[in-house]
Design a protein around this ligand. Structure first.
Ligand code: NAP
Length: 252
């Protein structure tokens, strides 16, 4: 997938977050057009991008976005929700459902709406943003982790389903990036700056993601926590990501 000259759509763009960095880097690498989408477009500061209002749990809004952005050949499903502290056994069932509605079914709605567009535009690529939590049970992020695990499996199936139309389906996996939301969470559980060394700059994560897409990689492990979490799946040692969640507990 060549970024230069591509037309990309990014979900979940907000102040200083990963989506924001995706938009900036895509434009810097010469994307022809970038649609920066958000539930609250007033939070989007993306000079050079076309800003669209989009809640991906709203089927009609997703369908309208696909009509408007009919020239897209790179879909970046970055948006997600995370309710720290939510548990399966006593968490609010509506909040549990909302995490799956957004992270799994919202992403699926985007893929289904844009797959014909990608096919019409030569195949292109889809990048689904996962998390090391997909591979690691994490205290305090249980529901989020399960939704990302489902998204990992779904992404792997989509790869096969869309191969025939020439669409590269790739996943981006990483543990911790210093976005405003993650920095606030880390500071609140471990103390200000205590986890800073484990966090990767979001611009670096995005650069690795786009390099991976350009190289045709189907799974992009963008930090050491992700590499370690995947390796831990096949061993008896707990991952560093899980160890972190045991050391610094997230309040319910
Ligand atoms: N930062 C990390 O350390 C880290 C680690 C692993 C994976 N990730 C993943 O990286 C991605 C970006 O994370 P981030 O740190 O940049 O967090 P973030 O700032 O919370 O970004 C998530 C974005 O998704 C949007 N969103 C939520 N529900 C939506 C919906 N129904 N429709 C459209 N947009 C919706 C949010 O918009 P609102 O502002 O309107 O809620 C927000 O802009 C996420 O997929 C996250 O799971 C992050």
């Amino acid at each position: 997938m060549k970024i230069e000259g591509s037309t990309a759509l990014v979900t979940g763009v907000g102040a200083g977050n990963l989506g924001h960095h995706f938009v900036q880097h895509l434009l810097e690498r010469g994307a022809k057009r970038v649609y920066a989408t958000a539930r609250r477009p007033e939070n989007v500061d993306a000079p050079g991008a076309e800003v669209l209002q989009l809640d991906m749990t709203d089927q009609r809004a997703v369908a309208e976005a696909a009509v408007r952005a009919h020239d897209v050949d790179l879909l970046i499903n970055n948006a997600s929700v995370n309710v720290p502290g939510l548990t399966f056994t006593d968490g609010d069932p509506d909040l549990i459902r909302r995490q799956f509605d957004t992270n799994v079914y919202g992403t699926l709605a985007m893929v289904r709406a844009f797959a014909p567009t990608l096919a019409a535009n030569g195949g292109g690529a889809i990048l689904n943003v996962l998390s090391a939590a997909a591979w690691s049970t994490v205290d305090g992020l249980a529901v989020y982790a399960a939704s990302k695990a489902a998204l990992w499996s779904m992404t792997n199936s989509l790869r096969g389903e869309l191969a025939g139309q020439g669409t590269l389906v790739s996943s981006l996996v990483f543990g911790m990036a210093s976005t405003p939301v993650m920095t606030a969470l880390a500071d609140s559980i471990a103390g200000p700056g205590a986890l800073a060394e484990l966090m990767t700059d979001p611009g670096v994560i995005v650069a690795r993601a786009l390099d991976g897409l350009e190289a045709g990689h189907t799974e992009i492990l963008a930090d050491q926590l992700a590499v370690d979490a995947k390796a831990a799946l096949s061993g008896d040692e707990k991952s560093a990501y899980r160890a972190l969640s045991e050391e610094y507990s997230i309040p319910r």
